[in-house]
Design a protein around this ligand. Structure first.
Ligand code: SF4
Length: 474
């Protein structure tokens, strides 16, 4: 059966990207033709992010454009999926009444029904009970809604496996979601209310998915979840993350296995040793710290202190030589004093992260922080974000300059333009970190190449292939 043509927009984080890839796989398997960006399609699907108000604004903008296309008769159906649907499906319909179907994060398996316009079987009752608009809402007739809360059995049956994806990443790297949901209770965060409590895949399921990605051409696997360091706690897997890394290290064909979204307070010595000892595990850690002042960390309910954070980071650098550490901070959290902020600035300047992002605090309805006193004015929040990024820029440029003359292995990420190839060393994650630009050579994406750093341009390094007869300088 040939289904409708579908244009798919994927917003948000790599976990949402994996959902998009899985939904695309199901649509393709059901006979829908997937058209590229800008192609005309019968149906537009937008997989939304609902983490912050800013992501909401981005989604609404895209949905309004698609609604205009529908009003102009250029498309027949508008389907919306993802975290924003889960967080506020009703509000979405109120803002964009042209929406034809809603698919929550726990109803991914219903994407084909939503696209072809099939009514959900016996779900309406259940759905309406759970903050979703009923089919009788004012938003227009014939709307189909697939929306339910996280439930272990329906997750295990319908949503657990991310295998048979239609991947949106380049062939040579992939994201592997080892768990979803989160048991942490950070006071600024909406994710547990959207994605539910932490729920992990088993080691055999993760290994099977990893093998499938490797067979599909991935040489780099990026491990994701909301909180990867708590891996296994909900399924009674005692060895935890350290055990999983040891298992994944046995996989031939994976060159770099990268750990992302680590949580500081649960980072054990066994995990550090597992990263240090296993050669396929990239010497890289993405560990959002959010802040460093004890007063703010407490108000954020991060369950970690300034001292503990410093001890963990010092241990990571001591026990994993050359490890690259990426982090993110929030500036402007309610009650963040000048001293708290100075504390954070000094910490960033002194520690010297390989990569760092800063989020302006966003007051999200439904979170404990939303009700906190002493909110900072937006102008002050913005100023603090700017100040922190300026400090990190100095740090990053100095670190890049210090890399000159170093020899390293890089992964070519794309075809060359003008003889220059975008690439990354193992201390650089895809899509979020800086790059290495390899000047000259003839390479294909997915190739590993030995290079020597010849300089940098802002955050990015410049390098030349060593094999091009350049002497190796250690
Ligand atoms: S660890 Fe904290 S910030 Fe991250 S998803 Fe969980 S609650 Fe949100």
């Amino acid at each position: 059966m040939s289904g409708p043509t579908v244009s798919f927009v994927s917003l948000g984080c790599p976990k949402n990207l994996v959902d998009s890839e899985k939904m695309l796989g199901m649509l393709a398997e059901s006979g829908c033709a997937i058209v590229g960006d800008g192609g005309t399609a019968d149906v537009v699907v937008v997989n939304t992010c609902g983490f912050l108000s800013a992501s909401r604004d981005e989604a609404i903008g895209i949905l309004r454009d698609a609604a205009d296309q529908k009003k102009a008769g250029e498309i027949k159906r508008l389907v919306v999926a993802g975290c924003l649907v889960q967080r506020d499906g009703q509000g979405l319909i109120a803002e964009v009444p042209e929406i034809d179907a809603l698919v929550g994060v726990n109803n991914r398996a219903d994407i084909v029904r939503a696209v072809v316009g099939e009514k959900p079987k016996g779900r309406i009752g259940k759905a309406s009970k759970q903050k979703s608009p009923t089919s009788s809402d004012k938003g227009g007739d014939g709307r189909t809604i697939f929306l339910g809360e996280y439930h272990p059995s329906s997750w295990a049956k319908d949503n657990k496996s991310d295998r048979s994806r239609l991947r949106l990443t380049p062939t040579h790297y992939a994201y592997l979601r080892m768990s979803e949901g989160c048991n942490q209770k950070c006071t600024f965060c909406t994710i547990p209310s959207i994605r539910g409590p932490m729920h992990c895949k088993t080691v055999p399921e993760i290994m099977a998915e990893a093998r499938e990605l490797i067979e599909d051409g991935a040489v780099e696997i990026n491990l994701i979840g909301q909180d990867t360091t708590s891996y296994g706690q909900d399924i009674g897997y005692e060895p935890g993350l350290a055990g999983l890394l040891g298992e994944l290290n046995k996989l031939d064909g994976a060159h770099w296995i990268r750990l992302m979204y680590a949580y500081p307070s649960d980072f054990t010595d066994e995990m550090i040793d597992a990263i240090a000892a296993n050669h396929r595990i990239a010497k890289y850690i993405d560990i959002p710290l959010q802040h460093i002042s004890d007063q703010v960390l407490k108000a954020m309910h991060r369950r970690v202190t300034h001292k503990q954070t410093e001890q963990l980071l010092e241990k990571l650098r001591r026990k994993i030589p050359g490890v690259a550490i990426r982090t993110t901070f929030i500036a402007g959290f309610p009650g963040e004093t000048e001293d708290d902020f100075v504390d954070l600035c000094d910490f960033v300047r002194d520690f010297g992260f390989d990569a760092m992002g800063v989020f302006p605090y966003s007051s999200e309805p439904g979170t404990p922080a939303h009700r906190m006193k002493n909110p900072l004015p937006p102008s002050e929040i913005e100023a603090r974000v700017g100040a922190l990024m300026a400090i990190q820029q100095e740090v990053a440029f100095a670190r890049a300059a210090a890399m000159k003359g170093r020899t390293m292995e890089v992964l070519i990420d794309d075809f060359g333009r003008g003889g220059t190839y975008p690439a990354r060393h193992q201390g650089q994650a895809p899509d979020v970190d800086s790059m290495v630009y390899v000047e000259s050579g003839d390479f294909d994406p997915g190739e590993f190449v030995q290079v020597r750093v010849t300089g940098h341009s802002d955050y990015d390094l410049k390098a030349r292939p060593v094999s091009m007869g350049l002497p190796i300088l250690h």
